[in-house]
Design a protein around this ligand. Sequence first.
Ligand code: 1CP
Length: 346
Amino acid sequence: MINDLFLKACLRQPTPRTPVWMMRQAGRYLAEYRAIRAKTDFLMLCKTPELAAEVTIQPVDIVAVDAAIIFSDILVVPEAMGMELIVEEGKGGPRFSSPVRTSSEIAKLSVPDPNDKLKYVMDALSLVRKQLNGRVPLIGFSGSPWTLAAYMVEGRGSKNFRYIKEMIYNDSHLAHKLLEKLAQSVAAYLSAQIEAGAQAVQIFDTWGGILTPDAFQEFSLQYIRQVVSELKTNGAPVIIFCKDCSHSLEKIAATGCQVVGLDWTVDIGDARTLVGDTVALQGNMDPTILYAKPEQIREEVRAILSKYGKGPGHIFNLGHGILPDIPVEHAKEFVQAVKEESVAFH
Ligand code: 1CP
């Protein structure tokens, strides 16, 4: 491995500088990604290992991040469980043709064999590992059971999450049935990703923050904990990113993961005081700061580095995914600024 800073930082081992990558780093802000997408629809891109590998490596070549994350989407898991996933150009994001809301609809969902139904992800992972040839580590990922359930019950992204909320409050037993199936599916999926070559895995709980702290425990964190405990990690670090959940940082850190991802609504210094002895921290610059001019981006990077303070255990990232209209030069400046400014903190 030529650059293993990311893996070392996940394990809170000393590094000469802070490693950096960006959530959603393969995507529309890159002209090279848009060029491939102009010729290939989104799901075809996810399901063609050669193309998925190419866009996975683009940000490593272009923006010089310290880790690659496999190009795929969280919604391929519900598809593998038996739902029809539709991604139409310019029509407001991916959706499922028939949301699952009843006991019989949920009973019909399968716990898929990832090496069968999601083999294209495993093939892409092995291919990326081969093509990266040790340049940077490769991250696999999945949605959390809760976040996947939210999309499956709503049918698509939502503002109020009316249907999944109704389900947890009216028929929590049914919600738990769905979440249990999802926890088994996600654990098997991430274990297979590690076997196929992922050197770390991240669980995205994008919608954990729509729950009250109590409901977050019951419907999200409980199942994330189950996934972590069932995972066959083979030593690969596990990163948990629950957006808008800083009310539960200590509980997230106690799931057995190695890294907690932070959104930008929490001070990373405070988070380190709370949980930094037990886990590494990943984050947490507001992604919209990348709209600002390069000097300002560097200033914000320095501020976060100094809030974290000296020593290992920090992986620099944005507090959520990079936005599609960010100038690529600003993304490059962000990565370069972390690399240069962080040396003083190690
Ligand atoms: O080309 C395009 O226009 C499609 C846009 C796109 C991309 C680039 C989607 C549709 N998914 C992706 C890739 C993707 N999705 C990655 C790639 C790896 C990377 O470079 O990081 C990852 C990690 C995801 C994960 C994902 N998909 C999440 C969790 C992370 C997050 O951003 O919160 C979620 C919530 C999704 C669902 C999804 N997929 C795509 C969209 C537009 C959405 C959001 C749907 C909605 O909420 O309405």
